[in-house]
Design a binder for this molecule. Structure first.
Ligand code: AHR
Length: 504
């Protein structure tokens, strides 16, 4: 990695320069019926850690700490072949079926109502997907009635007969999953999907006009149909939806760590393009309605991408895409969340994909649980980033990357929560070798002090936690910088993420 000789940066903060309130829903998660995410992950009656309903108590505790504000369910590619009625009612009457998306056996022992119970346990609001692959718009409407309807009609009464008198009042609904992808069961062209989503949305809203709907957008910025697919689907469904989704999985397949650590520029470009598409469609439709972005699948995923990682050989809960996360992955996750703050004007929902075992911050065996490296930056952002995101100025030395040219050595975001007299600063040092001294300057409201500082760091970008060595990459408290004369100075090590918690 060639870097500038300078290793000093300046960050200027003005709490009047607000980008937008931070939507708490950007700290959301995703739970698909895939591999060992549901079965053996959150639900495992045979585990010594299971509670009376079969949920893993140790996993619930770790998820509570991550504090997902919402969890998207039940898929993913699984969604596009899912018959929701299979997963409700007496367990011994639920059918086992082939899940064609992941070539697994779906026992249906966990379904919509169990998911609602699980969400209550982790204080997350449910975000349900309706099947736009093999499912009809009638099935989608029926599911809204089942979840949110009041007594006296078929599907609401069915829910009550299943033991859930009170409506679940699910507010967030995804209109399918990755319908732009040829791999999707029932894949549609953009105009076909736009029409189907619009008509499903109409029926779903007629069931409950308080719901919010999320349209499928591109499943990656690398799709050949991006961003035309987004434009076409949005033009057709604009007035009926509240959010437009995007998905992206980051990769360091070429083992080019300097470029990998600069990926925030790609994440920002993806959001910028879709924000432009939203503005274009709004103007073209002469609409007064606004649609925001929902990054409802995001994470690093490239190591577990072989054929055997993707196919379950028709077994229940097979080991699928159990990516092991290392330090450099954690630093990419931290930058991604910096981007969520910097783009908080347009990005209102983001779901880390996924929650347990399947490309996840948490791994389990029947007896044990492991927090992976990416657990820690997510937990710190989820805990500290609140209020408004600030438009800060960062002046940093540059380094060269093969993929993106010259990039700043640090990546920073900041939040300010006036009501709670709190502020936070999040700093990634991308350098593999150099520490960075950072002068923080406040232009208006200065912190009284720093309450705490936390760091995720290491010398080996490939270092990862394991059951034998679970504390290789964790968040540790570090010395807080002293504030004097509207400034403070701190030095962060190479390959590090630092989160500062300020009293304002
Ligand atoms: O999260 C794993 C898979 O990635 C999801 O099922 C799909 O939506 C995406 O392609």
């Amino acid at each position: 990695m060639s870097t500038s000789k300078l290793s000093r940066s300046k960050v200027s903060i003005d709490t009047n320069r607000v980008i937008s309130p931070i939507s708490p829903l950007v700290f959301s998660g995703f739970a698909e019926h895939m591999g060992r995410m549901i079965y053996d992950g959150i639900y495992d009656p045979a585990s010594p850690h299971a509670d009376e309903s079969g949920l893993r108590k140790d996993v619930l505790a770790a998820l509570r700490e991550l504090n997902f504000r919402s969890i998207r369910y039940p898929g993913g590619n699984f969604l596009s072949g899912y018959r929701w009625e299979d997963g409700v009612g007496p367990r011994d009457q639920r059918p086992a079926r082939r899940d064609l998306a992941w070539q697994s056996l779906e026992t249906n022992q966990f379904g919509t109502n169990e998911f609602m119970d699980f969400c209550k346990q982790v204080n997350a609001q449910p975000m349900l997907g309706v099947n736009m692959g093999t499912g009809t718009i009638q099935d989608a409407s029926n599911l809204v009635e089942y979840c949110n309807g009041t007594p006296g009609t078929k599907y609401a009464d069915m829910r009550i007969a299943h033991g859930y008198r009170d409506p679940h009042n699910v507010k967030l609904w995804c209109l399918g999953n990755e319908m732009d992808g040829p791999w999707q069961i029932g894949h549609l062209e953009a105009d076909e999907y736009g029409r189907k989503a619009r008509e499903a949305a109409k029926m779903m809203r007629w069931q409950d006009d308080s719901i919010e709907l999320i349209l499928c957008g591109s499943s990656s910025s690398l799709m050949p149909t991006y961003p035309e697919w987004d434009r076409v689907a949005l033009e057709l469904a604009w007035e009926q939806v509240n959010y437009h989704s995007l998905h992206y999985y980051a990769s360091n397949e070429k083992n080019d760590t300097p470029s990998f650590l600069a990926l925030s520029t790609e994440f920002e470009a993806f959001l910028d393009t879709l924000a432009g598409t939203l503005r274009y469609v709004k103007a073209k439709r002469r609409s007064k309605h606004d649609v925001y972005l929902s990054w409802d699948e995001w994470n690093v995923w490239y190591k577990a991408r072989g054929r055997s990682d993707m196919e379950g050989k028709w077994t229940p809960s097979p080991h699928l895409i159990e990516e092991v996360y290392n330090l450099e992955d954690a630093l990419v996750v931290a930058q991604w969340m910096n981007v969520f703050l910097r783009k908080s004007d347009v990005l209102k929902i983001a779901c880390l994909a996924q929650a347990v075992n399947v490309i996840a911050p948490i791994l389990t065996t029947r007896d044990a649980m492991l927090k992976q490296s990416i657990y820690y930056p997510f937990m710190l952002f989820s805990k500290l980033a609140a209020g408004t995101a600030l438009d800060i100025s960062v002046n940093a030395p540059m380094y060269h990357t093969a993929q993106f040219g010259d990039m700043p050595l640090i990546d920073v975001s900041a939040s300010y929560d006036e009501a709670n007299h709190a502020g936070a600063i999040f700093i990634v040092n991308r350098s593999l070798t150099e520490s960075m001294t950072i002068d923080l300057n406040w232009l208006d409201c200065v912190p009284q002090s720093f309450k705490a500082a936390y760091q995720v760091a290491g010398t080996d970008p490939k270092a990862a936690n394991s059951y034998e060595n679970p504390n290789q990459i964790v968040s540790v408290p570090v010395a807080v910088p002293q504030v004097s004369d509207k400034s403070a100075t701190l030095t962060v090590p190479p390959l590090s993420f630092t989160a500062l918690d300020a009293v304002m």
